[in-house]
Design a protein around this ligand. Sequence first.
Ligand code: MRU
Length: 353
Amino acid sequence: MTNSSNQVYPVIWHNDSVSLIDQTRLPNEYAFVEIHRSEDMARAIKTMIVRGAPAIGVAAAYGMYLGAREIKTSDRHDFLENLDKVAQLLRSTRPTAVNLFWAIGRMMKTAYETLGTVEQIKQTLFQTAQNINTEDLQTCQAIGDHGLAALPTTPQKLTILTHCNAGALATAGYGTALGVVRSAWREGRLERVFADETRPRLQGAKLTAWECVQEGIPVTVITDNMAAHCMKQGLIHAVVVGADRIAANGDTANKIGTYSVAIAATAHNIPFFVAAPLSTIDFELPDGSQIPIEERNPEEIYQIGDTILTPSNVDFYNPAFDVTPAELITAIVTENGAFAPSALVQSQVKQMA
Ligand code: MRU
């Protein structure tokens, strides 16, 4: 939903259900899907009606509440057992974005720690889902401002390249990478955005470009294979991307193609920033080699609309994410400031997560 200032809120509680912007229909259609049941929320996450790590976390938190509401028993033990099944269903939707598991974990912990009747647990779960939503919005605004402070000081007006969509649509609102862009635009420090189209799902061409247009931010869409050329021509001053999961050493999983952008940025001496909330850092994983990488349907590669792009009888490989090694990352921008990847394990950052 948008309000009068054109802000985009992809997941909101409305009329006793969850209203999701249907991101599969943008930019041609701005439509909503009403979600009443946890099963429908699981499907919406899987089919990418809602997508982007923090937005998936918010949606899953509401999915947990919807699931809790469906459980009819008043026995605490039975209730928690059934709630665990809802958690399992939601966890099975997408494997890479850790915010999904973080939000479900927070909802389960809330359920276990709330004393009182099953009705009281349900009410606390609702409040926790609302909190996760509002906290993420504040977090993104803080990331935007910390990212702005970390950007190169020259030239005065920067051209920032981003990959995929880490905008308001991918969060509770405002965005992580696009949050930095928004803050830079507000302060007169942004010339324009270069948006990688982001094959195969085209989140850059469809969603990032749409968000920029909503706010009047100048945007140039390029195909993914043009990024290095644009860097070589001196068109790009900084790269800012989001993240789906960051390991303790700073290795970062993000949308497929991010790794090649980071290699190109390093080769051209262009700073490469990852903007993400602390809830995207998985301190359980020492490095990126253990991050589960989602593989999606090959149809995403060989078909656009009704058009088949390839001959029959060829094989496909469709990993949805890649891992950028920490050494290619200038800084990780969180709600508590920008950190060198090697500083993440310092207890200070860890305690804040
Ligand atoms: O497959 P998607 O569209 O959910 O992937 C989204 C991304 O990779 C984003 O860059 C990431 O989740 C960060 S969103 C703030």
